[in-house]
Design a protein around this ligand. Sequence first.
Ligand code: HPA
Length: 271
Amino acid sequence: MKETINQVAQQIKAKIGGYTPKIGIILGSGLGGVAEAIENPVIIPYEEIEGFPRSTVSGHAGRLVVGKLNGVDVLCMQGRVHFYEGHPPAALALVIRSYKKLGIEKLILTNASGSLNIDMGPGSLMIISDHINLSGCNPLVGPNDETVGPRFPDMTYAYDPELRQKLLKTAEQEGINMRSGVYLMTSGPNFETPAEIRMFRILGADAVGMSTVSETLCGVHCGMKVVGVSVITNYGAGMVADRQTHDETIAQANEAGKKLQRILTRFVREI
Ligand code: HPA
């Protein structure tokens, strides 16, 4: 595993020339706009990196975009790899650890998710304050390499309080409303049943999705500062009588995605 991490990091390093990103951004479904705002990008399709998992989801481009966002070097993952695609949890760990090896210190995670909170409708942006892992997947399972991180990593401040505060402030400066909430991860790939949605609400979650938590666990374990944002595309199953049309969902995700792009473009300069 360690050798593969080093090899993956070396291959990326060899391709990105003079860029030395310390900020990594992982883009969720339909949120590719941020990658488009990166100037003078070096684009690396995952299949050109030996040992790197492939993205199989349509709508996920499956490439790294490295370059300048608002003058700041960033490494952006356009199209993440999900547990539900059949990747072993170790593959998810490899991605994050290779970024760490490359020099990434701060990880910005984004996702599209369903709302569990009636006050937070489609099109809302939610800063992840904490998470609940109900995915059945934990990429830290297995022998622990103490040189990467501790066996029992603390998750009290999994989502870095300082970065969250700065993100909130940046959103305010852009005149965009953001709230904080708890993100719950399922393995997917199916959407939830109404009974599951009722249970998740009782558990204290505000949004549900199929990603992010595994990346947070790996990032925190290897000493990165992590911050996460959910773009709410719909209410959880059974929460509202009129299920919105797919076109409405896409339109709302696009609108919120544009706002997120404005926020992140400014945010990378603040951190
Ligand atoms: N559930 C899980 N994942 C999601 C949803 C949802 O309702 N919406 C977008 N991603």
